[in-house]
Design a protein around this ligand. Structure first.
Ligand SMILES: Cc1cc2nc3c(=O)[nH]c(=O)nc-3n(C[C@H](O)[C@H](O)[C@H](O)COP(=O)(O)OP(=O)(O)OC[C@H]3O[C@@H](n4cnc5c(N)ncnc54)[C@H](O)[C@@H]3O)c2cc1C
Ligand code: FES
Length: 290
């Protein structure tokens, strides 16, 4: 069986200088949750805007002139070309500078980078997507890719958990998936102070009680903060998921994004090249990966 990092991936759109970003305009800023905005970008070059393709799970290097760069997952799906969507949490220098920009301002984008999800391997299987918090940012690309290419996958089950309804990313969009008959969308919040939430209340792992999974024929894509990995992995292993069918999106501090600087190395692997998607098998065999 092919390992995640052996599957061919989309290569970055190269310029003479691989570090030179392409200019992209911010065409929409959607304030999803305080400090977690969705930015829609379009390359100034129309040909590039339409030809730029990527794999769900890949990331780009976003640059703000005069400030710096940060790796950010692509949250849109390659099945919907023309624009790129990124969900950005305001935490530091680059993200604060991005939040000061307005619609029509221009940013730099290079990529796509990383391996992305092994779509060829996953084709024909059931797919479980399990995310907590900001983990929905990379998984949202896979959700829409799978729904837009429905014939490629068998069952699609999405489990997403947030602290409360006000902090659920992509809330309206995800709630609209709950009634779809071609997938199972399980949304949960730890607590509902408003009393108006119409979906599940409980910690993310309790969604396994509603998922009716068939582990031997399922790939699980997991992304979220460490606590999500801890409890979701525990449940997946208990259910009998094989370690190479559990795919995790893992983050490390990055500088170049292209395998040159060594900032993101874990053991003999570079997260920017061989990741950010790793199988659980890879992750337990690399020092300090999880
Ligand atoms: C593959 C990948 C995908 C990602 N996808 C997303 C995404 O979709 N959305 C998103 O919002 N984020 C994403 N991130 C995380 C994002 O890249 C980081 O949060 C990034 O650091 C933000 O840049 P910044 O300049 O705003 O923050 P920074 O100024 O780099 O600060 C980030 C955080 O690190 C702390 N910090 C700063 N310097 C140091 C240091 N030297 N040592 C320890 N801590 C330090 C800061 O206090 C702050 O809490 C992704 C990261 C990776 C690797
Ligand atoms: S970020 Fe430079 S090698 Fe990965």
């Amino acid at each position: 069986m092919l390992q995640v990092d052996e599957v061919p991936v989309y290569q970055p759109v190269l310029t003479a200088n691989p570090y030179q970003p392409h200019l992209a305009r911010i065409v929409r800023i959607y304030k999803m949750v305080p400090d977690n905005y969705l930015f829609t970008l379009r390359f100034l070059d129309d040909d590039l805007a339409m030809s730029f393709t990527y794999r769900p799970g890949q990331f780009l290097m976003l640059s703000i002139p005069g400030v710096g760069e940060a790796p950010i997952s692509i949250s849109s799906s390659p099945s919907r070309p023309g624009v790129l969507e990124i969900c950005v949490r305001r935490v530091g220098r680059v993200t604060n500078a991005l939040y000061r920009l307005k619609t029509n301002d221009v940013v730099g984008v290079r990529g796509p980078y990383g391996n992305g999800f092994p779509i060829e391997q996953m084709t024909g299987s059931d797919v479980l997507l399990a995310a907590g918090g900001l983990g929905m940012a990379p998984l949202r690309s896979l959700v829409w890719y799978a729904l837009d290419n429905r014939e490629k996958f068998n069952r699609i089950v999405l489990m997403y958990g947030a602290k409360n309804p006000g902090e659920m990313l992509f809330r309206e969009e995800l709630v609209s998936l709950v009634d779809r008959t071609d997938m199972t969308c399980l949304l949960t919040v730890d607590a509902d102070p408003t009393g108006t939430w119409q979906n599940h209340v409980g910690l993310l792992p309790t969604m396994f009680d509603h998922a009716e999974l068939d582990p031997p024929r399922t790939y699980a894509a997991v992304c979220g903060p460490p606590v999500v990995y801890k409890y979701i992995l525990e449940r997946l292993l208990k259910l009998g998921f094989s370690k190479d069918r559990i795919l995790m999106s893992l983050e490390r501090r990055m500088k170049c994004g292209v395998g040159k600087c060594g900032h993101c190395s874990v053991g003999y692997k570079y997260t920017c090249l061989h990741g950010p998607i790793f199988t659980y098998w890879d992750a337990i065999n690399l020092p300090e990966m999880i």
